[in-house]
Design a protein around this ligand. Structure first.
Ligand SMILES: Nc1nc2c(c(=O)[nH]1)N[C@H]1C(S)=C(S)[C@@H](COP(=O)(O)O)O[C@H]1N2
Ligand SMILES: [Mo]
Length: 313
């Protein structure tokens, strides 16, 4: 984000993987007809496991066309693997997301380390189709598979001192070449206010298009906060901490005037170096208007009543 402004992004950077195409069309159709998750067995070119028993959600954005799988998985921001959009798919092959566990600590009655399977098991997977709006003024529509973060957090019994939740990405410079350079202070850190974390729109995602996350998308588990700029949706999470004070975050540390803690999508507040009024939907030619709270105002605006949204950015 410090590296490229939207005008620097060439459409040639968006590589399309034709090998995926036919399978993706099929998957897309199956999602639209509601047979996703019924144990589809896709022979041949599968390189991520299919997730089963996924239910639909009333929180999904249904009125917009889904971004192609190959765009979602080849045009990424994941600085742990490099700063160019094509770096994460190119340089994440050596990353090993299995086995995985997450440490939950801080202001709660039941802290501990929990394996990914045990974290997920008590919950039913949901398909959540959300817009993703990057602060760089591009966007996608992604059919995530995940579970509501709030339902997971409740199991650890946060105390009344838990005013915020802090998240940390794994630190593995051997497997993540971008962590060997100092573009950001590693490990990547993000945070939410506790009510934002508990909002039913906030999910922990483990898949996209009915399949497990690929490395470049934040395998094996990442946050998705659809009304905030994309950088809040931290990838490859290893630690979740309940804390009393607003936690420090990587992008805010790096450029506080450009990347605030709240980072709610807001077309009326320009980034110091570019306008946020419009966005380029990956796969489309004309720019679209950016929507307040990325189109999720009905579900989230009440959390910010009385707050000056131009000041708290
Ligand atoms: N750990 C980590 N999480 C991250 C990032 C990152 O560089 N490192 N990039 C963020 C940014 S800027 C965006 S826009 C989204 C992009 O998610 P996607 O590549 O799956 O579209 O991931 C966010 N999460
Ligand atoms: Mo982003």
């Amino acid at each position: 984000m410090l590296i490229k402004t939207p005008s620097d992004i060439k459409s040639s950077e968006i590589t399309s993987k034709s090998t995926y195409l036919s399978r993706r069309k099929f998957l897309k159709t199956s999602i639209n007809t509601g047979i996703v998750g019924s144990g589809l067995l896709l022979a041949g070119n599968t390189n991520a496991a299919t997730l089963n028993d996924i239910r639909k959600s009333r929180y999904s954005t249904l009125e917009e066309e889904l971004t192609d799988f190959e765009d979602i998985t080849t045009y990424n921001n994941f600085y742990e693997f490099g700063t160019a959009k094509e770096d994460p798919v190119k340089y994440s092959g050596g990353f090993n997301p299995k086995p995985w566990s997450i440490t939950v600590d801080g202001e709660c009655n039941k802290p501990g380390e929990i394996g990914l399977e045990d974290l997920i098991k008590p919950h039913r997977l949901e398909e959540r189709i959300y817009r993703l709006r990057c602060v760089e003024a591009w966007s996608m529509v992604v059919p995530w598979v995940g579970i509501p973060l709030g339902n997971v957090l409740k199991r650890f019994e946060p105390s009344s001192n838990a005013k915020y939740v802090a998240f940390t990405t794994v630190f593995r410079p051997d497997e993540m070449p971008g962590q060997r350079s100092r573009v950001l202070q590693w490990p990547y850190r993000e945070g939410l206010r506790i009510d934002e974390a508990m909002n039913p729109l906030t999910i922990l995602a483990v898949g996209i298009y009915g399949e497990e996350l690929l490395n470049q998308s934040g395998a094996p588990i990442r946050l998705v906060v659809p009304w905030k700029y994309g950088y809040k949706s931290i990838k490859s999470i290893v630690k979740i901490s309940f804390v009393e004070d607003e936690p420090r975050t990587s992008w805010n540390d790096s450029a506080p005037k450009e990347y605030g803690f709240y980072s709610n999508v807001n077309p009326n507040r320009n980034h110091p170096r570019w306008s946020q009024k419009k966005e380029r939907r990956i796969g489309e030619f004309l720019k679209r208007d950016t929507l307040m709270f990325n189109g999720y105002a009905d579900q989230v605006a009440s959390m910010y009543e009385g707050m000056n949204l131009l000041k708290y950015h």
